[in-house]
Design a protein around this ligand. Structure first.
Ligand SMILES: [Cu+2]
Length: 138
């Protein structure tokens, strides 16, 4: 009887251990990818920058919306590499706010961090700006 109780305890403990390990892994994963369009401060969307990421990596906003880039770690800037207009923000040393960009032109903007080899190391992102203009129906 006692042996079975012991076996049950060991089994339960293993399951708890395994679940917490898996949970920790998924949390770590979410840190860089889990942020979404829900991050808004003072009416401006927020994209976080750090070593070596922008989070969220891709964000969809509407024409006229703005994005504030918050630097959580390291020295980073923001430079668009494609899109309707060229935009950039000068770098700053974390913790700092790199700056805020306003997107008046709809379209898809790709951007990078131009510091060192940060872009190659993953500091690239995409901003999709949807038009707010109504199509005219005659
Ligand atoms: Cu950088």
């Amino acid at each position: 009887m006692k042996y079975f109780q012991y076996k049950f305890l060991v089994k339960s403990y293993s399951i708890i251990l395994l679940t917490s390990v898996l949970f920790n892994f998924s949390c770590e994963d979410n840190y860089e990818t889990g942020r979404d369009n829900g991050n808004v401060i003072d009416g401006s969307y927020v994209v976080y920058a750090g070593n070596m990421y922008y989070s969220p990596k891709s964000i969809t906003i509407s024409q006229g919306d703005s994005i504030t880039f918050v630097n959580e770690g390291g020295f980073h800037d923001v430079y668009t590499t494609s899109g309707p207009v060229e935009l950039f923000l000068n770098p700053c040393n974390a913790p700092c706010t790199i700056g805020t960009l306003v997107f008046e032109e709809p379209g898809t903007y790709d951007y990078i961090c131009s510091i060192g080899s940060h872009a190659e190391q993953g500091m690239i992102g995409t901003i999709i700006v949807n038009t707010t203009e109504q199509s005219d129906d005659y």
